[in-house]
Design a protein around this ligand. Sequence first.
Ligand code: FAD
Length: 536
Amino acid sequence: MKRSDILKKIKTLPSCDLLVVGGGATGCGIALDAASRGLSVVLVEQNDFAEGTSGRSSKLVHGGVRYLEMAVKHFDRQQYQLVKEGLFERFLFLRNAPHLTRVLPLVSPLYRIIKLPYLWVGLKLYDFLAGAHGLGPSGYQSKEKTLQEYPQLNTRRLKGGIRYYDGQFNDSRMALALALTAAEQGALVANHLALVGLEKSAGRISAAQLEDRLSGERFSLPARAVVNAAGPFADQVRQLDQPDAEALLAVSSGVHIVLDTNYPPPKAGLLLSETEDNRVLFVLPWQRRCMVGTTDRAAELSEHPKATQEEVDYLLRHLQRVLDPPPRRENICAVWSGLRPLVRNSQAADTSTLLRDFLIEESPSGLFTIAGGKWTSYRRMSEKLVDQVVAKRNLTARPCQTEDLRLLGGEDWQPTGWQKLAKDYLLDERTARYLHANYGTRASAVAALAGGPLLEPLAPGYLCIGAEVVYAVRHELAETAIDILARRLPLALLDTQAARQAGERVVKLIAQEKGWDAARCAEEHSQLEQRLSQAL
Ligand SMILES: Cc1cc2nc3c(=O)[nH]c(=O)nc-3n(C[C@H](O)[C@H](O)[C@H](O)COP(=O)(O)OP(=O)(O)OC[C@H]3O[C@@H](n4cnc5c(N)ncnc54)[C@H](O)[C@@H]3O)c2cc1C
């Protein structure tokens, strides 16, 4: 269904059970959970799906090795429980979206042999907590094997590595898959549609005021329950309900950089421990590039957060200690920042020690707010939230269905499915594998469009093709060039210059689909350039 048709439907709805505000991991997860229980659901996202924090994560599906360390150090049962639950959710995450996820080996390079027993015991505990849902056995590996996996590692002082396993996923396509699967289950999901006000009757929230950010039109939608899943903006939404509501969240920024082809992707992700501020950094293979992150600094709220020079320098400084040759600023192809919505804990000294779990709050006028958590736990968070809404509003609904619900493109997905795709549509192996991994069983619909110029790559050295732009406009609710370049593909987060090069073709293809005139194309170009040159 097209966005314009979805908007028409939303505008004429007499009411809905749940209006979900926010199209990130949490909001999309809730929309899917509620729609699959048979509730009537509308989801509104003020920008694009996953344009907030959920498209700017480290893309790891993890139980939280770091939280485990805290659990052990501080004998903290709550952290221990978080890890155990996280590992179960990791298993469901990989099973329900097999096309968008994979098992990723990770290695922590060992520079002091004295640290070996400590790390070894910790990771064995991680395996133990995962139980039958483990992804592979952790253990020590030699210096030679560690260097084979990443020859760029500085050999000085290197003693070997400790290996363990987590999952990796395509975060922006995962949020989109959740939204589109929710739509298949009957939810009405709309991007570029913002909540701008709440209407009350006898002190209780009865309707939401929405604004179409593309046309400027405003209208109101009655709802039995309004759910605030606005991530770092959750306090702003709470203040639409209660202007003097005290802040629940602290916001911190996490920056990633992507290195150029002088630094090929490591075969296994690297976990670098002992940073200056006592955290960990990851050097990860991502879309055939090498991605590094992240930082953790208190930040201002912004729809398009910008990485500071200090944050980029911090990442480079740490990399320069472990990579040979040391990367410089000119080796960076893309930089992006994401804001962590962390539940405030007044006793914590800085943002990195705040507990990364979530909270659910219901205000006196009935606004449900859900905040915190991590991507990996989106399903469990959604289940808990919908359980509460159903109970408090006395709604008739099936029990939670999402433990065993494959996301769009993941139904009947087979790892070798790319072979049939290549054969049926005469694609080369790399393109077939790429489409199969990004679209799952829906890849054949993209491939069917991929004739002539639409089969050509959008930028040299990258696998994304013109057919994906057409598919994104027709079937994935993409409205702007940056929706496509930063989230449907996501080229802009890999290589800003390549995204710039692809921009003209992308705008042209959207224009053909939407019937844009020259003036509209020029406007789109300038908006795209603004985003690429300022902050994504
Ligand atoms: C740098 C970084 C790395 C991370 N890495 C990982 C990782 O590897 N693995 C992991 O499990 N977790 C990770 N996380 C955590 C994870 O990304 C977040 O917990 C998760 O994405 C939060 O999702 P959300 O839906 O709550 O917020 P968001 O993704 O920010 O979504 C909220 C949405 O609400 C929208 N919105 C706000 N106000 C309105 C309004 N008025 N009307 C309509 N829409 C509105 C926003 O535009 C936004 O899109 C990471 C976080 C960061 C910052």
